[in-house]
Design a protein around this ligand. Structure first.
Ligand SMILES: NC(=O)CC[C@H](N)C(=O)O
Length: 227
């Protein structure tokens, strides 16, 4: 299985993401510059955190015009796993690959700490290695993580089980404690906490490892050769 890590000008978690794939699942992984236009050779696409284009205007609002985003949309339409973490999540929202929007944290401070999350939906290609209501410890590091959507969208998110992770203690003001959501099809996940920073005990938590392992498990099952 081959992962792509997309690099935008201002990405700063790309190396961590690359390392996480190697450390957590030992699969092939390659960096892809945002000016590239083709992701056909990859099985999964990872949009890392950071400050693409300096968070100018709104986080993710400029990056979503990058040439690579047409290929990210194509990968999403083909059903490939697409994971956006933190700034990656913000880019997916700006691209409308995920519903809703991100606002400044309620307390207007940059929040950088490891927080407990609850696994709300273990039946996704990103969470099949977790159990429902598992409490996992994953670092957050953001100034704009206050998830917002309108009532209609919230009802749809709930009805389709698109809420995947919630904060045990609301960290940033997000509606319904939302920390991570998928698209309706379930193959695009955006989350503010950083699973790639929690893949080995030395980092304080290895709870993020199962997320990468889930992606690989689902892919292997889908591509198993049965005779
Ligand atoms: N770690 C990150 O990806 C930072 C995200 C974002 N630019 C913010 O501060 O909200």
């Amino acid at each position: 299985m081959k992962f792509a890590v997309i690099m935008f000008p201002g990405s700063n978690c790309d190396i961590d993401m690359f390392h996480a794939v190697e450390e957590a699942v030992g699969e092939e992984v390659e960096y892809v510059w945002h000016n590239d236009t083709n992701l056909d050779r990859f099985d999964a696409v990872l949009l890392p955190g950071g400050f693409s284009y300096g968070d100018y205007l709104r986080p993710g609002s400029i990056a979503h015009f990058s040439p690579i985003m047409s290929a990210v949309k194509k990968a999403a339409e083909e059903g490939k796993p697409v994971l956006g973490v933190c700034n990656g999540f913000q880019i997916l929202l700006e691209s409308r690959l995920l519903p809703g929007a991100m606002r400044r944290n309620e307390n207007l401070h940059f929040i950088c700490k490891t927080v407990p999350l609850r696994v709300e939906n273990p039946d996704t290609m990103f969470t099949n290695q977790y159990q429902k209501s598992d409490e996992i410890y994953i670092p957050v590091a953001h100034g704009d993580g206050n998830y917002y959507c309108d009532e209609e969208t919230m009802t749809a998110l709930k009805d389709n089980n698109q809420i995947v992770f919630t904060y045990v203690n609301n960290t940033n003001g997000s509606r319904e404690n939302i920390a991570g959501i998928t698209n309706k099809a379930g193959n695009v996940l955006g989350m503010m906490p950083h699973p790639e920073r929690a893949v080995e005990d030395l980092l304080g938590s290895a709870d993020g490892k199962k997320l990468f392992a889930s992606i690989v498990k689902q892919w292997r099952e889908k591509h198993a050769i049965t005779t």
